[in-house]
Design a protein. Structure first.
Length: 401
């Protein structure tokens, strides 16, 4: 008698799921001695440990049953009120949905708004996590040209017809660090309103400006035409996995239903802790310390790059931008080089980064790479950039051999 074997038939969408390139590269950085510019991890120096320790004790003392019990899918009421109050336009707390990280917000948006073969517009390049959330729903991703000022409005105008939405990170974008200028925001908002193009505005980095705050959010200009995603990960702690979505009332109920199906609700204990920490204006005191730290580390990386890399034209030398906030710097290799080929040489020298091509929905620029400056120390930044310069020389020599 033969024993039947299991025959698993995976859903078609499962074939479209792929591992995160960044997560795979992070495994390399776990090797001893590697200086990592790869991960998009906030600096652990910014975590308000003492405040969370106090909040934990208070939450368990004041309302242990509520904190440890199942909770409302919409989120903890006082926290939703705080989110509504801190945003720079008139937000009804009933429009705020607390999510398990802003990544869940992307997943919910994908489930509610994308059908198979839907035309979805994304920046070029764009956040890899958004592409990973959208792809299983089988859309047709269309890249919109972007530059250092953000989305190219002329290119968007040519591609906007019949698009389900445009996904955009206007502030200190991941991966490039670029910010959508005020003039582009005004033009983008006007075009979206005229053409009936919904916007998904993802803003995890907007509070991390260095010298001046970015312009007003796109959602503030047209709340009914936008879904806004925010996160507590970059200003408090990513391990608590809390973010939020602000959605028009026409869309909110379906996002809520999708969340109920996904996880019932985000952790109520974590929500109460964050609400406790945030009360009395804590973020207004805390976030400036994060900005100061990250600005110093950005400046260190810019100085190290200027010192270690030869100057010259863009085809023959490494070039890079100078982000006005956030966590990332975007660089481009000389003509004929590929970042994915440079990476093994860099790891050999003790430094890691993320190749830029995976951040493109199509036709990725293989010369690009993302450097994160917020996790390593200033000394590590200088040593890491020096190691990267050595790796670049070795790689260049290998191409001549």
């Amino acid at each position: 008698m033969t024993t039947p074997t299991s025959s698993w038939h995976l859903a078609r969408r499962a074939a479209r799921m792929n591992p995160s390139v960044i997560r795979e590269i992070l495994k390399v950085t776990e090797k001893p001695g590697i200086i990592s510019f790869a991960g998009g991890l906030p600096s652990s120096k910014t975590f308000p440990v003492a405040e969370f320790e106090s909040a934990c004790a208070k939450v368990l003392k004041d309302d242990p049953a509520g904190a440890l019990q199942y909770a409302a899918s919409e989120g903890f009421g006082p926290l939703r009120d705080m989110v509504a109050d801190m945003l720079p336009w008139n937000v009804d707390p009933a429009q705020v949905l607390i999510t398990t990280g802003s990544q869940q917000g992307l997943d919910l948006v994908a489930k509610v708004l994308i059908d198979a073969d839907s035309k979805i517009l994304v920046e070029s390049p764009t956040y890899l996590g958004a592409v990973m959330a959208f792809i299983p729903m089988e859309p047709r991703l269309v890249s919109v040209a972007s530059d250092e000022h953000g989305v190219d409005i002329a290119d968007l105008s040519q591609k906007a017809d019949n698009a389900r939405f445009l996904y955009v990170l206007p502030n200190f974008q991941n991966p490039t660090g670029n910010t959508l200028s005020e003039s582009r925001r005004a033009a983008l908002s006007a075009l979206a309103s005229q053409r009936g193009l919904p916007l998904i505005e993802d803003n995890p980095y907007g509070d991390l400006w260095f010298d001046a705050p970015p312009p007003a959010p796109l959602t503030a200009r047209n709340p009914e035409g936008c879904i806004y995603l925010g996160s507590f990960s970059k200003v408090l702690a990513p391990g608590l996995r809390l973010g939020f979505v602000v959605a028009p009332k026409a869309v909110y109920p379906k996002l809520l239903q999708a969340k109920q199906a996904a996880d019932l609700h985000s952790p109520g204990f974590n929500q109460r802790m964050i609400a406790e920490v945030m009360k009395d204006g804590f973020l207004e005191r805390h976030v400036p310390t994060i900005r100061a730290l990250y600005k110093a580390q950005r400046d260190a990386m810019l100085a190290a790059l200027a010192h270690e890399m030869p100057a010259g034209d863009a085809d023959n030398t490494l070039t890079w931008n100078s982000p006005a906030g956030g966590m990332f710097l975007w660089a481009r290799l000389p003509k004929g080089m590929r970042a994915v080929d440079l990476l093994p040489f860099a790891v050999e020298q003790g430094v890691a980064f993320v190749p830029g091509a995976p951040f493109y929905a199509d036709h990725g620029d293989e010369r690009t790479l993302r450097l994160s400056f917020v996790t390593p120390s200033v000394d590590e930044i200088h040593r890491g950039v020096a190691a990267l310069a050595v790796a670049l020389k070795i790689y260049a020599a290998s191409l001549q051999a």
